[in-house]
Design a protein around this ligand. Structure first.
Ligand code: CTP
Ligand SMILES: C[C@](O)(CO)[C@H](O)COP(=O)(O)O
Length: 239
């Protein structure tokens, strides 16, 4: 397993699709703010050098998390989009870490990642440019709009369809240069792998085994709670 890597946690979003009274990363999950669970999870990863959390400049919640006092947890001010927040964190690391330092970017909104899945991504045999992803298990349709309604245009070969998740891994300087170049060129970047692909790289897809959902809509919070309760229930409760 690789060691001395940094983890960037973009946590500067507003959670519009959640529609809550606060950014979703601060909603209660297992009795604690969701971001606290994600950071506690990341802090348990073997070989971790440190974490850079990108926060909204209006964030008044973070200092109250116990993880805020952890010396391994650094913070930066994020940006308007997720990619801007990731770039802000990478900029913080440039000059503090050597160019080929492995960096993993993990959404604050994914608190349920398992040790097994993170171990698969950190494995020495995996490409230094890689991401966790879920192979499609449903039939996948590409849509077009007809009379204002989405309609199936074609069915894609689902054997070649993967749903990208996080963490997404790349060497610090390569990720910084691809992401900053893509943003400077005004390209839409919704994950780190797409910025690397834009400049000729082919990130390895590492299939997830556990549930690593991104808490996006209200129902996702219920699912995450159920996953974690089941995962941490005392063994006699699981029978
Ligand atoms: N400007 C932004 C936007 C998003 N994120 C982070 O990127 C992760 C994935 O983004 P998403 O699930 O879309 O979160 P939000 O942008 O908060 O959600 P929404 O799109 O519903 O507003 C989240 O942990 C979010 O906090 C970020 O750091 N900076
Ligand atoms: C990075 C990501 O989680 C991979 O699926 C996803 O692209 C984030 O998208 P969001 O709209 O910023 O949540």
């Amino acid at each position: 397993m690789i060691r001395d890597y940094w983890v960037v946690v973009p946590a500067a979003g507003t959670g519009k699709r959640m529609g809550a009274d606060r950014p979703k990363q601060y909603l209660p999950l297992m009795g604690r703010p969701l971001l606290s669970l994600t950071l506690e999870n990341v802090l348990s990863w073997p070989g971790l050098a440190g974490i850079v959390v990108a926060l909204s400049k209006e964030d008044g919640f973070f200092p109250h998390l116990k993880e805020a006092q952890n010396p391994k947890v650094h913070t930066v001010i994020g940006g308007a989009e997720r990619a801007d927040s990731v770039l802000a964190a990478l900029t913080y690391l440039i000059g503090r870490a050597v160019d080929d330092t492995p960096v993993l970017v993990h959404d604050a909104a994914r608190p349920c990642i398992t040790r097994r899945d993170i171990g698969a991504l950190l494995d020495e045999g995996v490409s230094p440019i890689a991401l966790l992803a879920r192979p499609a298990s449903d039939t996948v349709k590409q849509s077009r709009t007809l009379d204002g309604a989405p309609c199936a245009e074609q069915t894609l070969d689902r054997r070649r369809i993967w749903l990208a998740q996080t963490p997404q891994r790349a060497p610090l300087h390569l990720l910084y240069s691809c992401l900053s170049r893509a943003l400077k060129q005004g390209k839409t970047v919704t994950d780190e792998a797409s910025a690397l692909e834009m400049y000729g790289h082919s990130p390895q897809l590492v299939a997830v085994q556990g549930d690593n959902l991104k808490v996006t809509h209200p129902f996702d919070l219920l699912v995450a709670e159920a996953i974690l309760r089941l995962r941490y229930a005392p063994t006699e409760d699981k029978q």
